[in-house]
Every structure is written in structure tokens, then in C-alpha cells.
Design a protein around this ligand. Structure first.
Ligand SMILES: NC(=O)c1ccc[n+]([C@@H]2O[C@H](COP(=O)([O-])OP(=O)(O)OC[C@H]3O[C@@H](n4cnc5c(N)ncnc54)[C@H](O)[C@@H]3O)[C@@H](O)[C@H]2O)c1
Ligand SMILES: [Zn+2]
Length: 356
């Protein structure tokens, strides 16, 4: 088992990664079971795949457990679903001691985490991510939230889980396109912090059947955990995690959430950001070429034609733009990143032409 610590004083917790770990969760949580009510928040299909077995396991070990499901897709991250979960928890006689297990991808993790942050002013929760994206990204760092009609993730809280349990074997049932999307985020960690991890990951993309998920997930978690430990609230260092996300989010918003997967949009966003890094004289021409080729080893869906100018408003409205300044993340080398406040509209437009 690989154990990665997220060091945040009294909010510290650990991420545990191991093939088959799901079967031993009752033992791992034993210390925390003080007779309280436990609630699994998940989705129907995930309950059938893993949740009911997990409930049996916990029941047999004397846990007092119930479950609540949310729909699939972004609709689960809504005020309506948030209200419904809270009401259901009251009906199920949950109280301040109740502990939530968020079993699912980023959607479940985000809404369940937000419920945990606000139910009776905050209760404990654990993340059990079931998508690759959630394993390497959304389950770590405590960002929780829901969407409103004005935009995605506009209501939320930074509220850390008590622990994260990652069982890479869970990925066996995940559709391949979802795996590919998560691999984009894994490449991102290498790009910003670890060149040899970036190139090894990219080599392994040749044959996904032999991809070393356990190691790659653990290394990604290590990189994210270290950054979050130093900058919990996105003051500076945490911004580096947004590499590829400025243009990525604009592509997602333009094509419609659900049309282009988050990790795929980030992969295209990374190519654009790499191109900007080259134009700014940071990344050498041949480094950029290697970088682009490495990302394109991913079987990404092709992008329909779009007008880059029409994406600029999404970039300006992005949460990463603070007081009108866009803190754009560039690469200084493959494996090291920094933010740059002088990226012009013209550069952004040309960078988007690069991925058409
Ligand atoms: N909190 C953060 O820091 C953070 C970071 C990145 C993304 N996010 C959020 O994460 C969400 C996207 O998360 P996602 O990509 O995990 O998508 P998702 O949660 O919608 O999961 C994708 C689909 O896969 C299914 N699924 C999940 N695990 C499965 C499994 N093991 N086998 C079969 N099917 C499975 C789900 O039911 C769903 O239909 C977005 O809302 C995004 O805003 C949050
Ligand atoms: Zn992301």
C-alpha cells in the first residue's frame, strides 16, 4: 500500500492507494467507527458495482450504514440535489456525528463534500474515488461545490476529507474514454513537476492494457498533495495545478459540458499552453515538439472547428482571472511551471489555432 500524507495541521489526512483496497475499508475505518450513522453518497450504477458490497462489508463489521444516490452527470451538482440529499439525511436521522463516504467520480465527490461541509455546520467525510480523474485530482485538496445557472462550481467550500481511499482495480469497469480523460490530468502532473514521470507516462500510453495505474496514481497524488500542503487556498503555488485549464475550461464551456470530457479539454489546453510557452521563449522549440507529440499519444476525440475569438469571453470570466489579471500557467521546461501575467489575447487566439 502506498500512503501519501496531505499535511494541513489539524486538517491533515492521508491518501491510501492499493489494488483491492475496497475490500478492506471496514478495517481501515475501524478507529473512526464510534457507533455513528454512516452514509454512502453515490450513484445507482456505482452502488450495484461496488456500493452494496461495501455496505455488506461495513454492516458485518458493526457499522450502522445507509445510502443516498444522486443522478449521473452535472445535474447531480445542483442546489436541487443538494437540498434533496440534506432532506434525506434528516429523514434518515443523521446528526452531527454522521460520517459520509463519497463513492464515485468527481461529480459525487464534489456534491458529497459540499454536503459534508455544510450539514449541521460540517461533518466528517471520506473520499472513495471511482474515476481516474477523481483518483488523481478531484478527491484530493478539499475543493467541493455545486453549479448554479450562472456557472460551474460557483457555490462551494474548501473542506478537507478525513481520508482518501483509492483502489485502482475499480477502474476495470470505467469506460475507456473516462480513463483517457484522467490520463490527461496525470500527464499534467508530470508536465508541471516531474519530467521523467511525464515521459514515462507518455511511453506507457502506447499500450493502455499494461499502464501502471497504481504507481502513476500514487505519484500524481504525491505531487498534488505536496502542492496543496503548501498552498491550500490557491494563493500562488496551487495555481500551477491549473496548467492547461485556462483554455481547457474555455473549450469545455464552448463545446458544452458533457460533450468534451474535462481531461480531454485539459490535454488540448496543455498543448496550447505549451505553444504559448514556446512563443514566450520559455520552452525550446524541440521541447515543445516532444511535449505536443507526447500528449497526442492519448487517443483524444477530435475537436470540431471553432472560432478562437469566441472563446475569449470564457477565458476572461474564468475564476483564474483575478481582478482582471489572467494568471496563465506556462512551462519553463517540461517538468517545471510558472505563472505568467502577460499573455495577450493575440497569443491566446494563435494558441487555440494550434489545436484545430
Ligand atoms: N474538486 C476538485 O478539485 C475537482 C477537480 C477536477 C474536477 N472536478 C469536478 O469533477 C467532475 C467530473 O468528474 P469525473 O470526470 O470523475 O466524472 P463523473 O463523476 O461524472 O463520472 C463519469 C461517469 O463515470 C461513471 N463512473 C464512475 N466511476 C465508474 C466506474 N468505476 N465504473 C463505471 N462507471 C463509473 C459515473 O457514474 C459517470 O457516469 C466535474 O464536475 C468537475 O467539476 C472537481
Ligand atoms: Zn482538471
Amino acid at each position: 500500500m502506498k500512503i501519501i500524507d496531505v499535511n494541513l495541521l489539524n486538517r491533515s489526512y492521508s491518501i491510501q492507494v492499493e489494488d483491492g483496497l475496497l475490500a478492506s475499508i471496514s478495517g481501515l475505518l475501524k478507529q473512526s467507527n464510534i457507533g455513528q450513522k454512516w452514509i454512502i453518497i453515490s450513484q445507482h450504477r456505482l452502488m450495484e458495482l461496488f456500493g452494496f458490497d461495501l455496505m455488506d462489508q461495513l454492516n458485518q463489521q458493526g457499522y450502522y450504514i445507509d445510502y443516498i444516490t444522486v443522478p449521473t452527470g452535472e445535474t447531480a451538482k445542483s442546489m436541487i440535489e443538494f437540498n434533496r440529499i440534506i432532506s434525506q439525511m434528516i429523514e434518515l436521522k443523521c446528526d452531527r456525528s454522521t460520517t459520509i463516504l463519497a463513492l464515485g467520480g468527481g461529480v459525487v465527490g464534489d456534491v458529497a463534500g459540499f454536503v459534508a461541509s455544510s450539514f449541521m455546520r460540517g461533518i466528517d467525510y471520506y473520499q472513495i474515488p471511482t474515476t481516474l480523474l477523481a483518483m488523481v485530482d478531484s478527491s484530493i485538496g478539499g475543493k467541493t461545490g455545486i453549479n448554479i445557472s450562472e456557472g460551474k462550481n460557483l457555490v462551494g467550500a474548501i473542506y478537507q476529507p478525513k481520508g482518501v481511499f483509492i483502489d485502482p482495480r475499480i477502474l476495470d469497469s470505467l469506460p475507456r474514454e473516462e480513463v483517457v480523460s484522467g490520463l490527461g490530468e496525470i500527464l499534467k502532473y508530470g508536465a508541471i513537476k516531474d519530467e521523467s514521470f511525464f515521459s514515462a507516462t507518455s511511453q506507457h500510453l502506447e499500450n493502455l492494457d499494461t499502464f501502471p495505474f497504481e504507481n502513476a496514481i500514487a505519484r500524481s497524488c504525491e505531487i498534488k498533495a505536496k502542492i496543496v500542503s503548501q498552498d491550500e487556498c490557491e494563493g500562488g503555488l496551487r495555481r500551477l495545478l491549473n496548467f492547461g485549464h485556462t483554455i481547457g475550461h474555455a473549450l469545455e464551456a464552448h463545446f458544452g459540458y458533457g460533450q468534451l470530457r474535462h481531461g480531454d479539454a485539459v490535454s488540448y489546453g496543455m498543448i496550447s499552453a505549451g505553444w504559448i510557452s514556446k512563443e514566450l521563449g520559455l520552452l525550446k522549440r524541440n521541447e515543445y515538439k516532444t511535449f505536443k507529440q507526447s500528449i497526442l499519444r492519448l487517443p483524444l476525440p477530435s475537436l470540431n472547428k471553432f472560432d478562437p475569438v469566441s472563446l475569449l469571453p470564457f477565458i476572461k470570466n474564468d475564476k483564474k482571472t483575478v481582478s482582471g489579471i489572467l494568471h496563465f500557467v506556462t512551462l519553463t521546461n517540461i517538468g517545471s511551471a510558472s505563472t505568467n501575467d502577460n499573455v495577450t489575447d493575440n497569443l491566446l487566439i494563435s494558441a487555440m489555432k494550434e489545436i484545430q
